[in-house]
Design a protein around this ligand. Structure first.
Ligand SMILES: [Mg+2]
Length: 275
């Protein structure tokens, strides 16, 4: 058995980037459903991964369902859940949060026992997410608390969110730059891809060793960088951002480069069934 087959044989769980890996825009790739079915047949679990903190886990269950992909809540891991893990691990006494984010983001923190404060209450930390409902006064208020030394946490680093519409979707990383310019303070932590905690969160939830997890994605500098830093198997699918040329040029190389998930499924099945 070759070295990469040995690695594939150890895989018990697969994490899947979404846009560019299982669908493009709002169109599911035709191989996605058969691939997920194949994972089920092999007894391999899977989790969908996203940095987009404007939506809750529940929102993602609904939007995946609308595309025809059945997913339960525990099969979705967002940068928000990663931020919640981080707060619990590093700041176990923090309860009161000022959340610059959507209603869904605020509800997600409440669901996990945090108190999302109103405008006139003092928080212990400020969370900045992909606030697609951004209000100027709230941006100012978040900046004020950050200037007063409150713990500043960003759910993810993306400056923009990809779109095929004639607009720029200004994302969390850009809000943080704006706050940094206004206050001189940088975030204490920026969760989400490529931070390795996105994958260590999944390892913990499923009681896995790093070599038992494969991370599939279409971006070299986020998906593959994160796989490497979490010591998981990085599988680059050429169905999104990275081209074959990028894959050849990049260093270090992803563990595996495949045209799409269908081919990865075949390689995985062959390795797992190989005695
Ligand atoms: Mg992607």
């Amino acid at each position: 058995m070759s070295q990469y087959e040995q690695k594939l044989k150890q895989i018990r769980h697969v994490t899947l980037d979404m846009d560019g890996t299982i669908y493009k825009g709002s169109t599911l790739f035709e191989f996605t459903q058969p691939f997920l079915q194949q994972l089920q047949n092999l007894g391999i679990g899977y989790t969908f991964l996203t940095n987009n903190s404007s939506k809750s886990v529940k929102d993602y269950v609904i939007s995946l369902n609308d595309m025809g992909v059945h997913a339960s809540e525990d099969q979705i891991f967002t940068s928000t859940l990663c931020a919640i893990d981080y707060l619990r691990d590093e700041f176990p006494l923090i309860r009161h949060l000022y959340v610059l984010g959507t209603q869904s983001l605020r509800e997600e923190f409440r669901k996990y026992g945090f108190d999302v404060v109103e405008e006139n209450q003092e928080p212990e930390a400020v969370i900045v997410g992909f606030d697609t409902s951004l209000v100027y006064e709230r941006l100012c208020r978040a900046s004020w608390w950050i200037s007063q030394g409150k713990t500043f946490i960003a759910t993810h680093p993306d400056f923009t969110c990809p779109t095929d519409q004639p607009t720029v979707l200004v994302d969390c990383g850009s809000f943080c730059r704006c706050i940094e310019a206004a206050t001189g303070v940088t975030p204490h932590a920026v969760l989400g891809k490529p931070d390795h905690r996105m994958l260590t969160g999944i390892l913990k939830r499923h009681n896995l060793e790093p070599n038992e997890l494969a991370m599939c994605g279409d971006r070299i500098y986020t998906d593959m960088a994160m796989a490497r830093s979490a010591r998981c198997l990085g599988v680059l699918a050429l169905t999104g951002e990275a081209t074959e040329e990028d894959a050849v040029k990049c260093a270090p190389h992803p563990d595996l480069v495949v045209p799409n998930l269908e081919i990865f499924g075949k390689l995985l099945a062959a390795a797992q069934q190989n005695e």
